[in-house]
Design a protein around this ligand. Sequence first.
Ligand code: SF4
Ligand code: FES
Length: 297
Amino acid sequence: MGNEDHSHFSGGLTLTENDHGSEQSALSESTGNEQSTVKLRVFRYKNLPKDDTSAPSTSFDTFQVPISNGTTLLDALIYVKEKLDPTLTFRYSCRMGICGSCGVNANGKEKLACKTQVKDLGENIEVRPLNNLSLIRDLTVDFKPFIEKNVKVKPYLVRNDVDVDGGFNREFRQTPDELNQYLMFANCLMCGLCYSACPTNATDELYLGPQALARAYRYIADSRDGGQLERIEIVDQEHAAWSCHFAGSCSDVCPKGVDPAFAIQQLKALALRKQGLLKRKKPSPLVERPRESVNPV
Ligand code: SF4
Ligand code: FES
């Protein structure tokens, strides 16, 4: 699905264009260190009350935002909210690429707003909400289906052999090599950028998505986990690992270097092994070397 079409998840929406340039220039204040100004074209959406029968509409508002070295896209959005339009709605928390809540689509690509330098985006920047999730308001989307899919893959250590609640006087031992098997996948912030960029999620609302599948592999690859078969059962189904066409956009946009596309291919291989369709290649058997014929002459 292209960035411009949210109708699949939010009903038929009409789009209008509002340029508030004159209002904004009057409101714009000097911050003392601005070096240039960028044009921020921001997607707006407001859901109407249930008893309002008129169709909810979407629009774009354009704001002039002063920037300097180090201004992030999140700083620019906060500037708009604090100085130009307090109704602009977006999520953020940590401002340092940790919480994963500030994901947006900037100039057609999914990014964490707090990790994105405005100067890297050019002078005209278009900011839209993440794709493949329903709109709530402006740049905020509903993460509920995304979280539910993550929960489906049992994102925790499964152990039936020990009482893990039995106290803190025990530990699971793990070697550095065993840790490295899953460490990259444990860096996932659950920001949803991969989910938004995934073309399968765009066409299949039930598809688990790259985040949940990578999370499944993260636990399967953990030497302390005992839930491998349960999780393979979950991912070896319709709307799961086999729906991935290996487009790779999930890995491309991930801000933490997680490689969900690789994890999904690993899950496919594990599923085939479970079905007995992919057997480990056996080395060719040892055979007696034929004796050289002896010429009796
Ligand atoms: S895999 Fe990367 S892009 Fe996807 S949710 Fe996790 S951190 Fe975000
Ligand atoms: S605000 Fe926390 S990751 Fe951007």
